[in-house]
Design a protein. Structure first.
Length: 251
């Protein structure tokens, strides 16, 4: 391996959090029940993972900005427990997208990037949508300087999980796909999609959402330096299991 590529959102920097949705929808209170919000976010992210994968495999059209905004709308309705008036919904989605609240990185992100850099690896990140938001999130989190490449910052860049999005990131790192290890937190539209683009992959499962995946699954980024110090650990390009189509999102 010559490089490691991460997704920005959730893998390095939290984005779908109760705090951010609280700010976007109810900044003056009442405080939303955290357990309920986290359950709604889990369901919504699983549904988004499925929708992106179906767009990649041709079962539905590829995702773009309209589909991403619909994902945010559905997430809001899941948190609220019912649909909201159109004007309110659009206002909340805009606030969520422009939220200025501080978003510190996941605690192990900065130490892991430093350790991987010490091993001589190039480091890159790919946002979950084209445009400057991925780089801005990294700057706010204090991680931008730790990365060699932030891919997809052009508004006309391909939307992940398109193969071209991963390939452009690999090209920016100056590597071949087989020389890049990809780490993402969604199984189908990140890890499986990156594997289809020729990258070696690991699934990051901090919250324990993907218990059926037994291989090439890590629970923390802090596991990566040791894994990559062993050539055999990252050499096999096979993706995590299970195989087969993604299940419908559950509770």
């Amino acid at each position: 391996m010559r490089a490691v590529l991460f997704t920005v959102e959730e893998t390095l920097v939290p984005e779908q959090t109760p705090e951010r949705w609280q700010w976007a929808w109810r900044p003056q209170g009442p405080v939303m029940p955290e357990r309920h919000v986290r359950a709604a976010l889990k369901r919504s992210l699983h549904a988004w993972d499925r929708r992106r994968w179906e767009g990649l495999t041709g079962a539905q059209p590829p995702v773009g900005l309209p589909e991403y905004r619909q994902f945010l709308r559905s997430t809001l309705f899941g948190i609220a427990g019912h649909t909201l008036p159109e004007a309110e919904t659009e206002a909340v989605v805009e606030r969520f997208l422009k939220a200025p609240i501080d978003r510190p990185p996941h605690p192990e992100a900065a130490p892991t990037l430093s350790a991987l850099r010490a091993q001589g690896l190039k480091l890159g990140a790919l946002g979950d949508r084209p445009g400057p938001s991925g780089g801005e999130n990294l700057k706010r989190a204090g991680l931008r300087a730790a990365l060699d490449v932030v891919a997809g910052e052009s508004p006309d860049a391909p939307w992940p999980p398109a193969k071209e999005a991963f390939r452009e990131a690999v090209k920016a790192l100056g590597c071949r796909p087989s020389e890049v290890l990809f780490v993402g937190h969604l199984y189908w539209s990140e890890v499986r999609a990156a594997h289809r683009a020729g990258l070696t992959t690991y699934l990051l499962d901090r919250a324990g959402w993907w218990g059926r995946v037994e291989e090439r699954r890590i629970l923390s980024l802090s596991e990566l330096p040791a894994l990559l110090s062993s050539p055999s650990a990252a050499a096999a390009p096979s993706p995590p299991s299970p195989e087969g189509p993604p299940p419908a999102p559950g509770p």
